[in-house]
Design a protein. Structure first.
Length: 307
């Protein structure tokens, strides 16, 4: 089967916040603390264990530990020449976690990086080259899907789309491409773009799904998901944090329980036709397990798009 054969896809949960809770040997960081992507090479057993916990919880899609595995981010750690090695290792680790199962897919995670073109941090040409390098590595490693996520800048999104689909056409690969933007509590992306403008930008591209991830919990996403339900003709994704982060006893925590998370996501599927669900920051395997159980027998209804 292919990802598009499923009426509902359930993605895994958080990478970074879960890695913070794991007992990873200090030596694995090799003096590059904060670079989670390096662990694909130095502590593959930890990455495999994290992936496996989500497989065992029932996730249908694993996102690779490659959110920041592009040249710009890795350069901050002096690892800019290991883009291909890290991305390939990340895909291999996900495959090991899946084992011989054929009903779990690997999605290559592509984050926004740390420099936004609309703010003059980076030129579109350089950004395109950065995306190209990572996408080529993930595709060559054999991902089943690509997810361009946490998009914060309309120009960044457009560059990513053009680059991605040019590569897929050149290598003659039909890989589903998920796109996910981040809408702040202000109601817009970081540089002031609303969900409607992002949808217009994506309209020319054959994306597998479009939706939201990160920044907030599901409640703050609802108005944007409702808009997509009425206006976006394709699949809708919703991958929220487990509420807004709170500092408790000096530690960042996310307060949404697995039960509450499941209630919110089940409602989004039933009421708004969301067909790709998962979790971002704070989402544990327990959240995923509850979500899988809560969505048993639930299918997104047909939507009537008014636009």
């Amino acid at each position: 089967m292919r990802p598009d054969d499923h009426k509902l896809l359930i993605l895994d949960g958080a990478c970074g916040t879960n890695l913070q809770e794991m007992n990873i040997p200090f030596s694995a960081w090799a003096g590059k603390e904060g670079c989670n992507e390096l662990l694909n090479l130095t502590a593959p057993e930890s990455i495999i264990a994290l992936h496996r916990s989500f497989v065992e919880a029932g996730a249908m899609v694993l996102e690779t530990n490659t959110f920041g595995a592009n040249r710009i981010v890795l350069e901050e750690y002096g690892l800019q020449d290991q883009v291909e090695d890290i991305n390939r290792a990340a895909v291999a680790n996900a495959r090991v976690a899946i084992g011989d199962r054929d009903d779990v897919y690997v999605a290559g995670s592509i984050g926004p990086g740390t420099k936004l073109p609309s703010l003059g941090h980076i030129s579109p040409e350089v950004l395109a080259a950065v995306y190209s390098e990572q996408i080529h590595a993930l595709v060559a490693a054999g991902v089943d899907m690509l997810i361009i996520e946490t998009c914060q800048d309309l120009l960044q999104l457009k560059v990513a789309m053009i680059t991605c689909f040019e590569i897929l056409e050149n290598v003659q690969e039909e890989i589903p491409v998920m796109v996910s933007v981040t809408i702040e509590r202000t109601g817009t992306m970081l540089v002031g773009t609303d969900i409607a403008a992002a949808a217009v930008t994506l309209e020319p591209f054959p994306v597998f799904s479009f939706g939201l991830n990160c920044a907030t919990g599901p409640q703050d996403m609802e108005s944007h998901i409702r808009w997509l339900s009425r206006n976006w003709p394709g699949r809708i994704s919703c991958i929220p944090n487990q509420g807004l982060p709170e500092v408790v006893d000096g530690k960042t925590t996310y307060s949404l329980t697995p039960e509450r998370y499941t209630q919110e996501m089940k409602r989004f599927v039933s009421d708004y036709g969301v067909s790709v669900v998962g979790g971002c920051c704070g989402t544990t395997a327990e959240h995923t397990r509850a979500l899988v159980e809560g969505l048993q027998g639930v299918e997104p209804p047909a939507r009537e798009v008014v636009a």
